[in-house]
Design a protein around this ligand. Structure first.
Ligand SMILES: NC(=O)C1=CN([C@@H]2O[C@H](COP(=O)(O)OP(=O)(O)OC[C@H]3O[C@@H](n4cnc5c(N)ncnc54)[C@H](OP(=O)(O)O)[C@@H]3O)[C@@H](O)[C@H]2O)C=CC1
Ligand SMILES: CC(=O)[C@@H](O)[C@H](O)COP(=O)(O)O
Ligand SMILES: [Mn+2]
Length: 384
C-alpha cells in the first residue's frame, strides 16, 4: 500500500522538496493533499502534476481562480484557514507533513494528531509555542511525531536502536549564519539582502532570517527539549560552519553519536516520510576530500541576543515561548519590510516578552490568545 501524504505548505521550500522525494519513490508515496498560502499558480501546477484528491488555497480570494484552473481534473478545491486545519484529519490521509511556516502550523498539527495521523513536522514553531500540549497529544493518541528539522532528524536517527535512551547531552550544531564572527556594530548596518544570504541552506525567508539572528537555534533548543524530553541544561549549541555534522547525542557513558551528510533537506524529509525504513535514493553524496576541514566554535551570545532570549523563554516556560515566537514573527516581517534594523529585532522581542501577561499552564485557547496579544504588542513597539 502506498503511503498517502498530505503536504501542508507544498509551495514552500520544504513542501517543494517533499514533492521531489515523492517523485523519487512513486511506488511508496501518493500525494493526497496539497496546500498553499498565496501562491495559487504553483499550487495549480503541482496539482496538475501530482493529481492529489484535495487542494487548499489559504487566500480565499484565490479560490475561484484555482477552482477554474483545476475544473478539468478530479480534484476538490477548498480555501481558508479552517479548511487548512481540517484537511490533514481526512480519513484518506496516512501521514501529514507540516511544512507551513510560523504559528499557522499549530492548529493543523493539533487537528492531525487529534485524528490519530502520524505527523512529519518541519514546522518548529508548533513545538516552540505549544510543545507540552502537542507532545502530550501525540503520546495520548499513540501516534508518531517525526522530526524533519535537520538537527532533530539527526538526533532522532542517533537514538534509533538505543534501548533506554540514556541521553546525557544533546549537541545542536549551528552554521552561524551569514554574520558569524561579526560585531553588534556590523549587525546594525546589515541589509535584508545580506541577511537572506545563508551560507549553506536555501530556505524560506523567515527561517533564513532566524538563522542569521540565531533565533533559529534558540527555537531548535526548545524544539529539542520537547521532542527528546531533556532539560534545558542538557542542550548545548556548537557553531559548525560547514553544516555537515547535523547534530550529536552524548550518552551517559560519554560516547558521542553524530549524524552527518551534505546540507540537503531532502534527506531528513525522506527519513521522516519513509520511517521506519531508510530508503534508497540518488541524491548527491558527501565526500571528505571536498571538506578537508570540519570546524567547531562557541556561539557568541553577547552579539546574537536572540539565542539568550530563547533560552530565557525556555527556562521560564508557560506561555513565554509563545510570546517569543509571536514577537519574533512580527520583528522578522518588519525587518524584511525594512521597517526596523537587524539588531532592533531583539529589542522588539525582549520588550514584548516583558509586556505580555504570563500564563503558567496554558491550554490551546491560551496560546491562541497569547499569540494575538503578543503580535499586537510587538506591532505597537515596531510602529514606535
Ligand atoms: N526550509 C528549510 O530548509 C527548513 C525549514 N524548516 C521549517 O519548516 C517550516 C517551513 O519552512 P520553509 O519551507 O522554509 O518556509 P516557506 O516560507 O518556504 O514555505 C511556507 C509554506 O507555508 C505556506 N504558508 C505560509 N503562511 C501560511 C498561512 N498563513 N496559511 C497557509 N499557508 C501558509 C506557504 O504558502 P505560499 O508560499 O503559497 O504563500 C508555503 O507553502 C518552517 O517552520 C521552518 O522553520 C526547518 C528546517 C529546514
Ligand atoms: C536546514 C535546517 O535544519 C535549518 O534549520 C538549519 O539548521 C539552518 O541553519 P542554521 O544552523 O544556520 O540555523
Ligand atoms: Mn534546523
Amino acid at each position: 500500500m502506498k503511503r498517502r501524504i498530505a503536504i501542508l505548505g507544498s509551495t514552500g521550500s520544504i513542501g517543494t522538496q517533499a514533492l521531489e522525494v515523492i517523485k523519487q519513490h512513486p511506488e511508496l508515496f501518493e500525494t493526497e493533499v496539497l496546500t498553499a498560502g498565496r501562491n495559487a499558480e504553483l499550487l495549480v501546477q503541482q496539482a496538475v502534476e501530482f493529481q492529489p484528491n484535495v487542494v487548499v488555497i489559504g487566500d480565499e480570494e484565490k479560490y475561484d481562480w484555482v477552482s477554474r484552473e483545476l475544473s478539468d481534473h478530479p480534484i476538490k478545491v477548498y480555501a481558508g484557514r479552517e479548511a487548512l486545519a481540517q484537511v490533514g484529519a481526512m480519513s484518506t490521509v496516512d501521514m501529514v507533513l507540516v511544512a507551513l511556516v510560523g504559528f499557522a502550523g499549530l492548529v493543523p498539527t493539533f487537528r492531525a494528531l487529534e485524528a490519530g495521523k502520524p505527523v512529519a513536522l518541519a514546522n518548529k514553531e508548533t513545538l516552540v509555542v505549544a510543545g507540552d500540549l502537542v507532545m502530550n497529544l501525540a503520546r495520548e493518541k499513540g501516534v508518531p511525531l517525526l522530526p524533519v528539522d535537520s538537527e532533530h532528524s539527526a538526533i532522532f536517527q542517533c537514538l534509533v536502536g538505543e534501548a533506554d535512551n540514556k541521553i546525557e547531552k544533546l549537541i545542536l550544531t549551528a552554521s552561524g549564519g551569514p554574520f558569524r564572527g561579526k560585531s553588534v556594530d556590523f549587525l546594525r548596518k546589515v541589509t535584508r539582502c545580506q541577511a537572506l544570504n545563508h551560507p549553506n541552506w536555501k530556505m524560506g525567508d523567515k527561517i533564513t532570517i532566524d538563522s542569521a539572528s540565531l533565533m533559529n537555534k534558540g527555537f531548535e533548543a526548545i524544539e529539542a527539549k520537547w521532542l527528546f524530553d531533556v532539560a534545558p541544561e542538557q542542550i548545548e549549541i556548537v557553531v559548525h560552519p560547514q553544516s555537515i555534522v547535523h547534530s550529536l547525542v552524548q550518552f551517559a557513558d560519554g560516547s558521542l553519536k553524530a549524524q552527518m551528510g551534505l546540507p540537503d533537506m531532502k534527506l531528513p524529509i525522506q527519513y521522516a516520510m519513509g520511517f521506519p525504513k531508510r530508503l534508497v535514493n540518488d541524491f548527491p553524496r558527501f565526500n571528505f576530500t571536498d571538506y578537508p576541514e570540519l570546524s567547531f566554535e562557541k556561539a557568541d551570545v553577547s552579539v546574537f541576543r536572540n539565542l539568550s532570549l530563547a533560552f530565557e523563554a525556555m527556562n521560564q516556560g508557560g506561555n513565554i515561548p509563545c510570546i517569543l515566537n509571536a514577537a519574533n514573527e512580527v520583528a522578522v516581517e518588519a525587518f524584511l519590510k525594512s521597517r526596523i534594523g537587524f539588531v532592533e529585532m531583539s529589542s522588539v522581542i525582549e520588550q514584548t516578552m516583558e509586556k505580555v501577561s504570563f500564563v503558567k499552564h496554558p491550554g490551546l485557547d491560551d496560546y491562541l490568545r497569547t499569540d494575538e496579544e503578543a503580535r499586537r504588542v510587538a506591532s505597537e513597539i515596531v510602529a514606535k
